[in-house]
Design a protein around this ligand. Structure first.
Ligand SMILES: [Ca+2]
Length: 256
């Protein structure tokens, strides 16, 4: 559980870890909307953070490394006008810090029961149970994410502490309302060429979990049996003017 990772930190440290990042995101977002682009803002943030020539090894007995994962979600009537639903939101983002023996989810693979439940209803309890089983098996060390969903457009942030033996992060969050559509990242290795990377920016595209056959955001439940593999949704409503439009971006940043 998230509290496991945060054990040893006081309540305010724990809250700050999560909410200070969200506050910072809001602050930077305000800065960005005041005439600077978000790219430039975060680039500036990186430069101020990493102006030294220090290196941060990620192999052998190197120490663990904290990252913040910030989700900037743009999905809205303006970005995805086809059939756009009321009350657009995301389920609580949930994921794992893990090694290469575990895939939380992956395109062209069948969804686990936890991914199916997350993608169809936003309920993450089965997914958290699955991750905890992987922690027990030695394939993961932590559940990451939040207990709270959020509306779209909007932003949220959470921490992830990686280690040389567990340098990968993955997470998912349901696009809601939808039949079984979700976004996320999978198997992102933050240890590259022997060093912890400083930052990474990843577009978030909508995926179909392959477990419900509904065709539009508010289709009635229609279980897909047998299930199909997870696939990128490269049709309407995520293709707009012949272009696949992301629903947001994940910004992963190393912390000092
Ligand atoms: Ca189903």
């Amino acid at each position: 559980m998230m509290t496991k990772r945060l054990a040893g930190k006081s309540r305010w440290q724990r809250n700050c870890l999560i909410f200070c990042a969200a506050f910072l995101t809001t602050l930077l977002g305000s800065f960005a909307s005041s005439g600077h682009t978000l790219d430039a803002t975060f680039k500036g943030f990186n430069l101020s953070h990493h102006s030294s020539a220090r290196h941060y090894p990620c192999t052998g007995d190197a120490p663990s490394q904290l990252y913040y994962v910030t989700l900037e979600m743009i999905w809205s009537q303006a970005t995805h006008p086809d059939d756009f639903p009321n009350f657009p939101h995301y389920s609580p983002p949930i994921g794992a810090v893990h090694n290469t023996n575990y895939n939380l989810w992956q395109p062209d693979q069948l969804a686990t029961p936890g991914i199916e439940s997350m993608a169809e209803s936003g309920n993450t309890s089965t997914l958290i149970t699955e991750i905890n089983q992987q922690i027990s098996s030695g394939n993961a060390i932590d559940v990451i994410g939040t207990f709270q969903g959020f509306s779209s457009p909007g932003s949220w942030a959470f921490g992830a502490t990686v280690t040389p033996d567990y340098p990968l992060i993955s997470f998912t969050t349901m696009i809601a309302p939808s039949p079984d559509w979700f976004v996320g990242i999978h198997d992102i290795n933050l240890c590259q060429n022997g060093e912890w990377i400083n930052s990474l920016r990843l577009n978030l595209y909508a995926y179909d979990a392959g477990t419900d056959s509904g065709a539009s955001y508010e289709s009635a439940n229609a279980d897909t049996n047998p299930a199909e593999v997870i696939s990128l949704i490269n049709t309407t409503p995520f293709v707009v003017n012949s272009e696949l439009v992301p629903v947001g971006v994940a910004i992963i940043e190393r912390q000092e």
